[in-house]
Ligand binder design. Structure first.
Ligand SMILES: [Zn+2]
Length: 229
């Protein structure tokens, strides 16, 4: 039976670079890292030099070997070397099990990452990017009856345009979603617009949000139109 002490004793070369190592340079590396619930047991341990151990860090074994193809060859040499000394394939068989587990974990991680990226991409496609310049970018609107102008920034203009196109919409979430901004930001912009125009009827404002009632005020005095970008 192979135990950790014996494995260390037999590991005269590094599992990842095959460098010959004196006893005091041999370190344990978890094939599936501890942070991914890798256990400290023989099948999940290889002995390697400090440099390779540092390089592998918290990566899963297959991700690490994919990034360092030269080390993959060394890794299989190492397994063979242990098997040869043991006179059986007990160690490499056990490690193979861990390898396929690691492969599965890595696959699932990649899937999750792809899903997350897709979601982010979708979100940012709608998102209006606001630079400091946009914040002060003045886009002109006017009240139709009085002819009085007022100026808003790019994001506020998006809100106003949407609202001019959809005079009957009442769900602010729909618009916030469209703009890819959070509720807090949306409310801030609505309040800014309202300070200038008073066109939104704000029924209730609370810590949790705002209830906008009949977004467009029916009062014809407040009808607005866009003058310039
Ligand atoms: Zn090494």
């Amino acid at each position: 039976m192979l135990n950790l002490q014996k494995l260390k004793h037999l590991s005269c070369i590094c599992a990842y670079c095959n460098k010959v190592m004196p006893m005091d340079e041999r370190t344990n590396d978890h094939i599936i890292p501890k942070c991914a619930n890798g256990q400290t047991e023989v099948k999940n341990i290889v002995i390697c030099c400090q440099e390779c151990n540092g390089l592998k860090g918290n990566k899963l074994i297959n991700d690490f070997l994919e990034d360092h193809l030269d080390k993959a060859e060394c890794f299989y040499n190492y397994l063979n070397m242990i098997d040869y000394q043991m006179g059986n394939s007990e160690y490499s068989d056990a490690v193979s099990e861990v390898l396929s587990e690691s492969l599965k974990m890595s696959y699932l991680r990649k899937k999750r990452r792809e899903k997350r990226l897709k979601k982010q991409k979708k979100k940012s496609a709608n998102k209006v990017s606001i630079t400091p310049e946009d914040e002060i970018q003045n886009i002109e609107y006017k009240f139709e009856l009085s002819g009085k102008s007022f100026y808003v920034n790019k994001l506020q203009a998006r809100i106003l345009d949407y609202y001019l196109e959809h005079p009957s919409f009442s769900d602010y979430k729909e618009l916030a979603n469209e703009l890819g901004i959070g509720k807090t930001r949306f409310i801030r912009e609505i309040c800014c617009i309202n300070n200038l125009t008073g066109i939104f009827k704000i029924k209730k404002m609370s810590e949790n949000g705002i209830i906008l009632n009949d977004l467009l005020c029916e009062d014809t005095h407040n009808k607005i139109s866009k003058i310039s970008d």
